[in-house]
Each structure stands twice: as C-alpha cells, then as structure tokens.
Design a protein around this ligand. Structure first.
Ligand code: CP3
Length: 353
C-alpha cells in the first residue's frame, strides 16, 4: 500500500495539530457533478454504479479531481445492507429508494437475520479498488447507516415524512422494533469491520433519522445501538487508529450523550452552534460540520463569509473537520463547492499557527 500523503483529516479527528482545517463534503460524489451524471448513464443505473467496483472507484475520485478535498468517501449507499437482508431495494425514477418487501408483519420481522456478508462483497471490492486508485492521496472513509435509520427505510419501505409505520411499531410493539435494531446492529458491526479489513481508514455512521425520535426514545432506539456497534469495531488497521464519526441529524440537544458512546468525532448539522458545541463536548471528541448545505446556493462571496463565521466560531486549535451539515444538493453549482473548499483551506490557516 502507498504511504498516506495527506493525513490532515485523520489528525484532526484525533485532535492532533494540523496546518489547516481539513474538509470533505457529505455526498461529495453525486448528481451535482456533470461527470457523475455521465458515468451513471454509462452504468445504466445508480445500483449499477454501486455494484461495479470500477464505476464506484471512478465516481469516488471525481470530486477529488475537481477539489483539493482532504478525504474520499466510498461510493455506495446505506440501503445496500437491507437489500442484502432480502428486502429488495429498487430506485423508482424520480422517487428515491424503495423496498419491495418492507417489514410490516411479525412473521417477516421474526425471520429477519444477519445476512451473509458475501452478498456485500461488491462493497468490499470497491473499498479495495478505491484504496489502490487513491495511491495514498487522502484517507478513505467507509460508512453505514445507523440501525435506526436503516430500520426507518426497512419498515416504511422508502422515504417518509411522518414515519407512520415506524412510530406505530415503536409505541405498540417496541419488542419488534428492538429485534430489527439488534439484527441491524450486528450486521452493521460486521459490515464496517469488513470495510476496515478491505482498507477503509475512517468510519462514519449516518444516523439521518435519529433526530425524528422523541427525547426519551432517542437513547433507547438509536444511540444505544450505535454504542453497541462502536464497541464491536476494529479500531486499528495497518498500525494506525481507525477513527469513528457519528452523525445524528437533529441531534444537537443530545451532544453530551452522543459524545459518550466511544466515537472519536461527533458530526453536527447546521442548527447547532459550533462554538457552543465545542464548549460542551470539544474536550472529549472532535467535531465535524456544520455549514448549511443550502448556503451553497448563495454566491461565492457569501459562501466565504459563512465559512469565516464557522471557523471563527470553532476558534483556534485542532479537533474540527469542516463539512456540510447534511448532503450536498443536486442543484448546487460545482463552482460554489470549489469556493467552499478553497475558503476553508485558506481562511483556516491563521487558526492553526
Ligand atoms: O457521500 C458520498 O459521496 C458517498 C455516497 C453516499 C450516497 N448515499 C450516494 C447516493 C452516501 C454516504 C449515502 C448515504 C445515504 N443514502 C444516506 C445517509 C446520508 C444522508 O444523506 O442522509 C441516506 C438516508 C441514503 C438513502 C438514499 N439514497 C436516498 C434517500 C436517496 C435518494 C435521494 C437523493 O438524495 O438522491 C439515495 C440515492 C443516492 N445515494 C444517490 C447518491 C449519489 C443519488 C442517486 C442517483 O444518482 O440518482
């Protein structure tokens, strides 16, 4: 394996000194890039991209060719895991992801089991292929959905605004939801460890829907299962630590609890003040975020101004990985993303002298 040429991201996650604040963007490979759309049409479909290690490698590297990002993220999707469990993932044109066989009755739920990981071999092959193609330029992030976020799609059968089936199950039959979450947690642990074995150098757990839970339910139905996963992860590979980032969208009020589950870094959405978050938990963990992704619709000058505000809010010293507070929109102009990356690199240097 090539030596790592830029480890700024890994150092920031461990709160070690850096020369500038590293940046990557959630969903950095995606539809806002014309070269992504071209590759996707050659592959025929989104799943065609995910299941081919060559295509997955190509699109993972696309944003790095354009912008001097400090990390790459595996091109895949969180929903490949429930697909491997037999739920039948498909993407209806313009409708987002859907499952043919959502978990709605007790029999189907009781039959749910940890799948054979060889069903996800294409993901591990993609990780190995991307690591090779990166030639040590930047570290590669592997990822998974949180058990609760995966359960939302598995039970609703697709995206949802009201989580009607999930919430009904949570309050009527918490035992059934706990069974799904336990299977998901074991599967995600094995899946992430296999990504680490294949070459992933950091891990992010996407808890996109944890913030939809009540205060009382969050710890029991989302956080506890992420804690279980983290306890089961390999935390070192090739003699280097493999840092773990946990991102609960809408989790701002639970920062102390999230910081206590054993992750190295807590991801923040844009509704939390970064400086306040640092005062609350910055002694325990690194922080990632938290640029409003829709501020990328503004002009480059305004983007730079907002970057300056966020950097000032964090203040001096390491422990901050710059990111968006959620995934980049397909309607953002790539030039605006370029302005963001440039501003972070340039404006952050004075905070690291
Ligand atoms: O960050 C990256 O660049 C890596 C790739 C990545 C994708 N999905 C590719 C993708 C990652 C990390 C994800 C995670 C993911 N997928 C999450 C968690 C993070 C988040 O954004 O909240 C969730 C909830 C999903 C489920 C999912 N996949 C949805 C809701 C959709 C459709 C909506 C949308 O934004 O397109 C997808 C499809 C998807 N996953 C696309 C991409 C690039 C677009 C598919 C296409 O090309 O049409």
């Amino acid at each position: 394996m090539s030596p790592l040429l830029n480890d700024t991201f890994l150092r920031a996650l461990r709160r070690q000194p850096v020369e500038y604040t590293p940046i990557w963007m959630m969903r950095q490979a995606g539809r806002y890039l014309p070269e992504y759309r071209a590759t996707r049409s050659r592959a025929g479909s989104f799943m065609g991209l995910c299941t081919s290690p060559d295509y997955a490698t190509e699109v993972t590297l696309q944003p790095l060719e354009r912008f001097p990002l400090d990390a790459a993220i595996l091109f895949s999707d969180i929903l490949t895991v429930p697909d491997a469990m037999g739920l039948g993932l498909y993407f209806a044109e313009g409708e987002g992801p859907k499952f043919e066989r959502p978990l709605r009755d007790e029999r189907a739920i009781k039959a749910l089991a940890v799948p054979l990981l060889d069903k996800l071999q294409y993901v591990f092959d993609a990780v190995a292929s991307i690591r090779k193609a990166l030639q040590g330029r930047v570290p590669l992030i592997g990822f998974s959905g949180s058990p609760f976020t995966l359960a939302c799609y598995m039970i609703e059968g697709g995206g949802s605004d009201d989580f009607r089936y999930v919430k009904a199950m949570l309050y009527d039959r918490p035992d059934l939801l706990h069974h799904i979450l336990a299977v998901n947690a074991q599967t995600v642990t094995d899946y992430l460890n296999a990504q680490i074995d294949a070459g992933a150098q950091a891990i992010q757990i996407f808890d996109t829907w944890g913030g939809a839970l009540s205060h009382a339910a969050y710890r029991e139905f989302s956080l506890a299962y992420m804690q279980q996963i983290i306890a089961g992860l390999k935390r070192e590979a090739d003699g280097r630590p493999v840092p773990v980032i946990v991102f609960t969208k809408g989790g701002g009020q639970w920062l102390e609890e999230i910081a206590a589950i054993g992750a190295d870094c807590v991801g923040l959405d844009w509704t939390t003040d970064l400086g306040v978050a640092r005062a609350r938990i910055g002694q325990q963990v690194a922080l990632q975020g938290n640029f409003d992704p829709n501020a990328l619709f503004a002009q480059p000058q305004a983007i730079e101004h907002e970057v300056g505000r966020i950097l000032a809010s964090y203040g001096s010293g390491s422990g901050h990985v710059f990111n968006l507070g959620h995934g980049i929109s397909q309607f953002v102009q790539p030039e605006h993303a370029a302005a963001l990356v440039e501003a972070v690199h340039h404006l952050s240097r004075p905070y690291h002298v």
